[in-house]
Design a protein around this ligand. Structure first.
Ligand SMILES: Nc1ncnc2c1ncn2[C@@H]1O[C@H](COP(=O)(O)OP(=O)(O)OP(=O)(O)O)[C@@H](O)[C@H]1O
Length: 266
């Protein structure tokens, strides 16, 4: 039964001028799960994500959302179905307040003209929903703060809230903790947990501690193909997974060593 799967890919392939970046990837994302896509640098994670969100067109293969073939659909159309990538359509405007940013996101999601919101009750409803969304990411007290003045972690929380305004069923998160340290990472982990309530999340994430804390299932990509899949325990204990990560670490170390040697020689 493919019904239990919110998203499926079948034989997904992406070639760039003959180079196979994604090679026959079959993903099955289960309803209600937080699912991670991990793998060493260059494994094809971003390319898979870009295929799922229609930033790229697959060379071959199919993408299904709740059993419907969405391979040929555009980003906006799949967003309307509920497949939304954080930071995709909802970039935040730095000189608007947090509240104004959420309002813009809601209005564009509703696809209504401003005049629709001009009536008093609609406007109040809109503001109530804005505050709900801000509250859900812990930003209620920053409603009237200009976005540019928000700390980095809070800006990302605001971006997440603008995404939640679109009522995603499948939320795609591209490295939600990228560029963050300690406390901010913990805050994002809590945010993602909360955002995942009642929906499915697929995330690309480099921070394996974040993956271990959040994810029900993990797909490991290596050289464009699925190396293995399972829960954190089984995946992290798999010697092949250790090997691909170590391989990358060794490659990097070897490269650094070579560069250092070259610099010394020159
Ligand atoms: N537009 C492109 N043209 C040519 N090659 C590409 C293009 N995009 C990606 N690639 C190649 O495809 C492979 C997979 O890249 P991708 O960015 O998907 O990997 P990744 O797993 O996201 O890596 P990272 O963790 O470093 O972001 C790499 O070898 C990359 O150089």
């Amino acid at each position: 039964m493919s019904d239990q799967f919110v998203l499926e890919t079948r034989g997904l392939v992406k070639e760039f001028k003959g180079f196979v970046a994604v090679d026959d990837v079959n993903l099955k994302i289960q309803d209600g799960h937080i699912h991670a896509l991990i793998g060493p640098n260059g494994a094809g994670k971003t390319t898979v994500f870009n295929l799922l969100t229609k930033f790229l067109t697959p060379t071959r293969g199919q993408i299904l959302f709740r059993g419907d073939d969405i391979t040929a659909m555009k980003s906006a159309a799949i967003a309307r179905k509920g497949v939304v990538r954080s930071f995709q359509i909802s970039a935040v405007f730095p000189h608007m307040t947090a509240l104004e940013n959420i309002r813009v996101a809601l209005q564009s999601f509703e696809g209504t003209s401003f005049s629709f919101w001009k009536s008093g009750t609609s406007l109040n409803k809109l503001n109530d929903r804005c505050m709900e969304l801000l509250d859900s990411v812990g930003l209620a007290e920053f409603a009237n703060t200009t976005t540019v003045e928000l700390a980095y972690g809070r800006k990302r929380a605001l971006e997440l809230a603008t995404t939640l305004a679109m009522e995603p069923k499948l939320l795609l998160l591209d490295e939600p903790t990228q560029g963050m340290g300690g406390e901010d990472v913990d805050r994002v982990v809590e945010l993602v947990k909360k955002a995942a309530e009642g929906r499915t999340v697929l995330m690309v994430e480099h921070n394996l501690s974040v993956v271990s804390r959040l994810c029900d299932r993990i797909t490991v990509l290596a050289q464009g193909s699925v190396l293995t899949e399972g829960d954190y325990q089984s995946v992290s204990a798999d010697p092949r997974v250790r090997e691909v990560y170590m391989g990358t670490a060794n490659d990097k170390a070897a490269k650094a060593q070579t560069t250092a040697t070259q610099e010394t020689v020159e």
